[in-house]
Design a protein around this ligand. Structure first.
Ligand SMILES: [Zn+2]
Length: 391
């Protein structure tokens, strides 16, 4: 239990996530009743129901309770926030191309299709599997077909060289949705994180693999909903599994979303550089102790700025103007308007502004060959933060 609490506490801290989407998924994808159509066959439904009936009492409730920690969204509350937003003097619009693309991917999902996902914590399994069990950078492949492996591996090495922190032991690992077709991986994840015995985990894994296999909307786990994220994690002890190292996890879904909307050339590097910025913040102790929308926004915008500086710098990724414009678009696209949520990462406009500042800092420098220390960079950022927040 203790280790579970530790895990869930970590996950409740949205600062580690690239986007706050995972918290808002339940509400945003629940379609209206009129959109419903029968898509799950009655044979599949019967098989699932039989397996469900063999689960020990209380297991499903336990899963629900714990996955709710990741979703944490009360639709009514969210609606309230939305209505408040409508009268906010600062206009905020997060209907960005990436969010629109994501909505399109959910066409054809009905209450039953999303219901299974929520009932069996399928949104969380790939994340927890990567968090607990992917503890080495060796042999990692990125993207559904390994299409980002080379770029990310190279960029990660480059980031380790660029920033003056101790980064040799940070692990770069992938999060693949197709773990939902792998019975052994599902079992070990339920056992490690959800506090269920192996036999029960076996039944749950039978359910999940059957769902992944038989419900086409899940795309064998490769639907972006299962991996629409990237995050940085600070190392921690997780008995009896041992030490979980500092790591960065890159989900297939978030990279697919950017590739599909025209950012494929820069998004993997930009997202990785942002997560590396969080590792810098861990080491320099730049996270405050209080959780608030403003605190999260500060560290997220700072990570955007760290990323932009590296991506633009002559001794970093040295991206030229056309690609700079693209990566600025990446940060714009992952902004959100949940300004009263502790998961608020900054509005699209604010994220764009923080990244643009990082770019200018690299581009306008007198000595192009000089790399600011991560500490000096943070000091400059803090002085500038009030300007971004006003945007
Ligand atoms: Zn972040």
């Amino acid at each position: 239990m203790k280790h579970l609490n530790r895990l869930t506490a970590l996950f409740a801290c949205s600062f580690i996530l690239l986007t706050s989407c995972s918290k808002e998924t339940e509400n945003s994808i629940r379609p209206s009743a009129t959109q419903q159509s029968a898509q799950v066959t009655s044979t599949t439904r019967e098989k699932i129901n039989q397996l469900r009936a063999s689960l020990p009492a209380g297991v499903e409730a336990k899963l629900k309770e714990r996955s709710a920690l990741l979703l944490q969204t009360d639709p009514q509350y969210r609606e309230k926030v939305r209505s408040v937003l409508a009268i906010e003097p600062t206009a905020c619009n997060d209907n960005t191309p990436v969010n629109q693309w994501f909505d399109q991917q959910l066409v054809g999902w009905n209450n039953e299709v999303i219901g299974y996902v929520l009932d069996f914590a399928m949104l969380d399994l790939p994340t927890y599997d990567a968090l607990v069990f992917e503890n080495s950078s060796n042999g990692q492949t990125f993207g559904v077909n390994g299409e980002y492996t080379q770029t990310l591996t190279k960029t990660f090495k480059d980031l380790q060289r660029f920033w003056n922190i101790q980064s040799a032991d940070i692990v770069l690992a992938a999060m693949h949705g197709n773990m939902l077709t792998n019975r052994d991986r599902i079992i070990r994840t339920y056992v490690a994180v959800y506090d269920v015995d192996p036999a029960t985990a076996g039944i749950l894994a039978d359910i999940v693999t059957m769902l992944a296999d038989e419900i086409p909307q899940y795309r064998d786990g490769n639907h972006p909903i299962f991996t629409f994220n990237a995050f940085a994690q600070q190392g921690f002890n997780f008995p009896p599994y041992g030490r979980i190292p500092d790591k960065i996890i890159m989900g297939d879904g978030i990279m697919d979303a950017f590739a599909a909307t025209g950012y494929g050339d820069v998004a993997p590097q930009a997202i990785l550089a942002h997560e590396f910025g969080h590792q810098v913040q861990f080491q320099l102790n730049l996270f405050g102790t209080v959780q608030s929308p403003e605190a999260t926004r500060r560290t997220e915008l700072m990570a955007d700025a760290y990323a932009a500086y590296y991506l633009s710098h002559a001794r970093g990724a040295a991206m030229q103007w056309k690609r700079v414009q693209q990566f600025l678009g990446v940060f714009f696209n992952i902004g959100d308007c949940s300004i009263t949520s502790n998961g608020h990462h900054g509005t699209p406009t604010q994220r764009f502004a923080a990244a643009q500042w990082g770019y200018n800092l690299a581009n306008d420098a007198q000595k192009q060959g000089h790399i600011l220390s991560s500490q000096e960079f943070a000091r400059l950022f803090e002085a500038q933060l009030p300007v971004f927040v006003k945007k």
